[in-house]
Ligand binder design. Structure first.
Ligand code: AMP
Length: 327
């Protein structure tokens, strides 16, 4: 009997609640300091670790394989295990395509992917070519920490003293952020839109209280959203294009498997401009337990992203196609 497992962070409640909905055994791998998961009822078993980096131990991986574990990766998972290790040494089956995590973590690879998919993205600049408002971003910066905006090469030079590390200079897009959550099913070959969120960012969402301060973009929560229905054609079109382009990124040409997210800014044209991708479940799907307006219109029953993952695994086990879902 397969056990669905994840790490105690990020979207663990969503993932494990969905697994229970579909009748799976569930396991939570958790740091000792996070006792709060015991207050919920989604984990049949909690395995406490001194640190999540203990997942590097071969003996622990062997125990998980012994228990027929399928591990659902999320954002915290990627930050605890380095990509080389994950790709080459980690032996526990992972739901989704772990070989694409590199492309979401590296801004250059990510840009190439967007380019291949012919998505509208913010233009990038060198310090000398800045001719409009730009946002200066660090590579791999967590939660937008340290980002700043400038309007000219001169202003950049004035603020460049603050630059610490490699940056990408991106066209500032005037509009509102929308994060589109998709699910690509290897079983049906279909792309589904599961939900949409926007992030609650401190201090960007509090800037009216202190307009003289540069905003920071530390994510502390998520709001559920729906998009104007006439824009859904564009949303599916972008999803289809990114899935199609993803098949050129890994050696097996499997491309995106399961949940992923396009992070966008929607302008008043209205146009959807994509600035980032996550190739796995995002925490923005958490407000949609047990369902979203979009999953309800397809399933007419509770269907969160956690449950959608578990449903895919369940059907794949019945059809003996589980190898199609894991890497
Ligand atoms: P990120 O860390 O890349 O997710 O970006 C953090 C926040 O910065 C986003 O939620 C947006 O509010 C803002 N942002 C990022 N890129 C742009 C852009 N090109 N134009 C305008 N705002 C942006």
């Amino acid at each position: 009997m397969v056990t669905i497992a994840t790490l105690g962070s990020h979207s663990a409640l969503n993932i494990l609640a969905g697994a229970k909905d579909e009748g799976f055994n569930t396991l939570l791998l958790c740091e000792k300091s996070r006792r709060f998961y015991e207050r919920f009822r989604v984990a049949d078993k909690i395995m406490y670790l001194d640190s999540l980096s203990e997942l590097r131990k071969h003996s622990l991986q062997e125990d998980l394989i012994e228990e027929d574990v399928i591990l659902i990766p999320h954002g915290s998972f990627i930050s605890y295990l380095d990509l080389d290790f994950l790709e080459n040494e980690f032996s526990v089956p992972i739901f989704g395509n772990k070989f694409l995590f590199r492309h979401e973590s590296d801004r250059v690879l990510e840009q190439e992917w967007f380019h291949q998919a012919q998505l509208r993205t913010p233009r990038t600049f060198t310090p000398e070519t800045i001719d409009r408002r730009v946002i200066v971003k660090y590579h791999g910066a967590k939660g937008g920490k340290g980002y700043f905006t400038v309007d000219s090469p001169r202003e950049y030079a004035e603020k460049a003293g603050e630059v610490d590390g490699e940056v990408q200079i991106q066209e500032w897009i005037h509009g509102v952020t929308m994060y589109f959550h998709y699910f690509q099913s290897p079983l049906s070959g279909e792309l589904e839109l599961t939900s949409i969120d926007r992030r609650y960012e401190t201090t960007a969402d509090a800037v009216h209280a202190a307009p003289d301060r540069d905003p920071t973009y530390v994510v502390v929560g998520n709001f559920p959203l729906v998009i104007r229905e006439s824009l859904l054609e564009q949303v599916f079109d972008q999803g289809d294009k990114i899935v199609s382009a993803s098949r050129d990124l890994d050696l097996d040409h499997r491309g995106l498997i399961g949940p992923f997210c396009l992070e966008t800014i929607v302008t008043d044209t209205p146009e959807i401009v994509v600035f980032e991708i996550s190739a796995r479940i995002v925490a923005g799907t958490n407000p949609f337990v047990p369902y979203s307006p979009y999953t309800y219109a397809k399933y007419f029953e509770p269907m969160s992203t956690g449950r959608r993952i578990a449903r895919e695994i369940k059907c794949a086990l019945q059809e003996e196609r589980i190898a199609d879902l894991i890497t």
